[in-house]
Design a protein around this ligand. Sequence first.
Ligand SMILES: C[S@@+](CC[C@H](N)C(=O)[O-])C[C@H]1O[C@@H](n2cnc3c(N)ncnc32)[C@H](O)[C@@H]1O
Length: 328
Amino acid sequence: MNVPLLATDDGELADRDAFRREVLAGLGGSPRAIPAKYLYDARGSALFDAICEQPEYYPTRTEAAILRRHAGEISDLAGAGSALVEFGSGSSVKTRLLLDAMQDLHAYVPIDISRRHLDATAQRLREDYPGLRVDPVTGDYMALDALPPTIDGARRIGFFPGSTIGNLRPEEAVAFLRRARRLLRADGALVLGVDLKKDTQRLHAAYNDAAGITAQFTLNLLRRMNRELEANFDLSAFAHEAFYDEPAGRIEIYFRSLRNQTVMVAGRRYTFIEGERVHTEYSYKYAEADIAELARLGGFSIAHIWTDPARLFAVAFLTQAQNEKARP
Ligand SMILES: C[S@@+](CC[C@H](N)C(=O)[O-])C[C@H]1O[C@@H](n2cnc3c(N)ncnc32)[C@H](O)[C@@H]1O
């Protein structure tokens, strides 16, 4: 996959600084771990899009089918003239189902940490939706304190699809929901996509696709460290590892060292023994009843929840808990 390398701007230098700090902390810790948000540089975002097209990766097409089927109801619950705020917007593909259905949308605010990918996506949306105001925000949605003032006055409808909430530990998911609640304000709402618990075999296949795209996505983190942190990982000496931990209710993803080796990262030397793993990602799976509890802890309640016939995935319309009724 070819991603052009352009000149680095100030934002990218700040991104790189944070990346260096968190990687060094993560490789110095025990057990070793690197935050999942760093999987998404421009190449990582493009690889994620490719994962979504793999036959084993049921979440994207299942969630899209739910949204396609219920976009009219979501639009009615949101009300005319609202602003759509997406957390972790990626390529905003499923978003188009809502953009097409929502009435008199005030603006669309895609938020993503993957700077160049977000800029390119926003540009494409402006071309495809000439009447729509698109106000992208680059940053970490776990640390965001404000949304663009251009949406002041409009009802704020959050959108957090892709089961990205599953990448957060339960306590982080609650912290995210509380932050989203503040950002979306008292009359706001959140459309949340959640992957449901299911048989281990289907889960295992989804995160170990036969074409090896998820493996490339995991190992892209090593490539990113090589490029941005002057590291010298040999990509052929590490492997992607993903499995479902049923008691914990989560997929766990790692890169694993295939031999004893030493790697330099940002001027520091790290030793890996054969079989040693570095954690990169979780994907928590929820039962439907867990979603209500998660929403409650985050200060929301479920106004409506939709699933597919096989109950693989759920999309919930959450309103702020003190605001029991969804509008209109
Ligand atoms: C699982 S993908 C989902 C993409 C898209 N929303 C979808 O449903 O297909 C997660 C997206 O969230 C972004 N992301 C991950 N962690 C983030 C963070 N902490 N802050 C902002 N964006 C983040 C990634 O760059 C990526 O685009």
